[in-house]
Design a binder for this molecule. Structure first.
Ligand code: NDP
Length: 471
């Protein structure tokens, strides 16, 4: 019989997604540019191969699928997606659907959707998170595009998605590139979350000289509490892993240069484009950039040797409590910033993004998964008119408790020359946010002085320029 769905691209993500689809009882037709991979994949599929139809050409793939034909693209983001669309377009009918499941820039998705609109199959931009494991056993799936197209593929997505307390972590989030936009912000938040964890690791390693094993135990304990999450869990696991070549902690022999594929950077760019402060995410992106300048850092270490380190006290339970709460507070601000960017995009592009649903489908199947996201979903549900997480009653109360610890941790770290860019940015954001009278009155005066840009007066008087020449 014919396949329920097609999939092109049997790389890491595509192969695992195809196995996931086959395992859930759907028939899937697969194709890959390098045809040798197709046979190899069928060999790896074992019994699941019964639900998989290997196709040597795009034509054969299209032929193998039941109409209307949904086809998932899981190829390298960028030109490969355009090439595949061009190849499929003449083979497909208007009721067929092309689903780009790679990490596309949402602007590319918007362009592709517009180009196909009325001239070919429907186009869906679908963010898939959770890496290899997620693709195989249940990813978080963020869909954008025509709702009718989503509804046709919904049964498959529902079956393959991660589950949180029985609820499938997949949803249609809005038209156009909404799905890929949300995936981009997910990755930006992921960058911030990872960077903040790394800053606390640096605090314990460089300020207190704690070995990796001891830091592992601290994160493992935190994973039992409020910070419980996949990223904290794997941090504990990673820190306790031994290097098989020598027996020292594996992290200690890993070069401190972080890679990035661009999605974190895109989220900072989109935040800037919308004029929304996402400083914790931006700091995390910049920190990866600085990490890659290994040579410059080694040279600077000689140029600017650190003063003899102050005597720091031992790592007390109180200090650990402060660091735990600091991480929580920093994380709240980073997530608040990410959700604020999505709220602004939703207004700007007319998407009506459901923020509570976004949080709900991130509770499982993605890298930032945690129970914390369940709390975010509840907070937005309870206060649907609010788009600033910090202003929801639940998170305002958490922040009231935790912000002092964030301040203390950042102050201690900075005092001893520990770089804490993301936690520091989160603290600065919070401090500026909670001061009703800021300092931009001075900026406005400067702008009026040199460029006659005008200002508003606090007393409402209809006077918008200063007589600066008197000075
Ligand atoms: P891989 O490098 O493992 O696989 C890439 C796939 O793309 C291969 O099937 C390759 O075919 C195909 N491909 C590359 N260029 C072309 C082209 N010009 N025309 C046709 N096919 C092409 O990548 P991943 O599976 O890791 O990633 C796929 C997508 O999923 C990317 O957009 C990635 O960003 C995204 N993603 C990845 C995650 C991960 O954890 N790895 C997580 C979430 C999303 P061939 O065998 O012929 O080279």
């Amino acid at each position: 019989s014919k396949a329920d769905i097609g999939l092109i691209g049997l790389g890491v993500m595509g192969a695992n997604l195809a196995l996931n689809i086959a395992e859930k009882g759907f028939r899937v037709a697969v194709h890959n540019r390098t045809a040798a991979r197709i046979g190899a994949f069928l060999g790896e599929a074992g019994a699941l191969g019964e639900n998989i139809i290997g196709c040597q050409t795009a034509e054969a793939l299209v032929e193998a699928i039941e109409r209307p034909r949904p086809i998932i693209l899981m190829v390298q983001a960028g030109e490969a997606v355009d090439a595949q669309i061009e190849a499929l377009k003449p083979l497909l009918d208007p009721e067929d659907i092309i689903i780009d499941a790679g990490n596309a820039n949402f602007r590319d998705t918007q362009r592709r959707m517009r180009a196909l609109d009325g001239h070919g199959p429907a186009f869906v931009g679908m963010g898939v998170s959770g890496g290899e494991e997620g693709a195989r056993h249940g990813p978080s799936i963020m869909v954008g595009g025509p709702r009718a197209a989503y509804e046709r593929i919904q049964p498959v997505l529902n079956a393959i998605a991660a589950r949180y307390e029985g609820e499938a972590c997949q949803a249609w989030l809005g038209p156009e590139g909404a799905g890929h936009f949300v995936k981009t912000i997910h990755n930006g938040i992921e960058y911030a979350d990872m960077q903040m964890i790394a800053e606390i690791y640096g605090f314990l390693r460089d300020r207190h000289g704690l070995p990796a094993q001891e830091i592992a135990a601290i994160f493992a304990r935190w994973n039992e509490g409020r910070l419980n999450s996949y990223l904290i869990e794997i941090t504990a696991a990673v820190l306790s892993a031994e290097d098989p070549h020598g027996g020292q902690p594996l992290v200690d022999v890993i070069v401190d240069r972080a890679g990035q594929k661009g999605t974190g950077r895109w989220s900072a760019i989109e935040a800037q484009t919308l004029g929304i402060p996402a400083t914790a995410i931006e700091a995390a992106v910049a920190a990866r950039g600085l990490s890659s300048m290994k040579g410059e850092r080694e040279a600077a270490e000689k140029l600017f040797p650190r003063e003899n380190a102050r005597q720091v006290g031992p790592v007390t339970p109180e200090l650990l409590h402060t660091l735990e709460q600091a991480l929580l507070a920093g994380k709240i601000v980073a997530y608040a910033q990410g959700f604020a960017v999505m709220a602004a995009a939703s207004r700007e592009y007319g998407w009506s993004l459901p923020l509570d649903t976004v949080a709900r489908i991130w509770r499982a199947g993605c890298i930032i998964r945690s129970q914390f996201l369940g709390e975010i979903a509840q907070a937005f549900e309870a206060a649907p008119e609010v788009d600033n997480l910090l202003a929801t009653p639940a998170f305002a109360s958490l922040m009231r408790e935790a912000n002092g610890h964030l301040r203390q941790a950042v102050a201690l770290g900075i005092g001893d020359g520990i770089g804490m860019p993301a936690l520091g940015a989160a603290l600065a954001h919070f401090d500026i946010l909670r001061r009703g009278r800021g300092t931009a009155n001075l900026i406005q005066a400067q702008r009026d002085y040199f460029g006659a840009h005008g200002f508003d007066r606090t007393d409402g008087l209809d006077i918008h320029h200063g007589d600066w020449r008197q000075v």
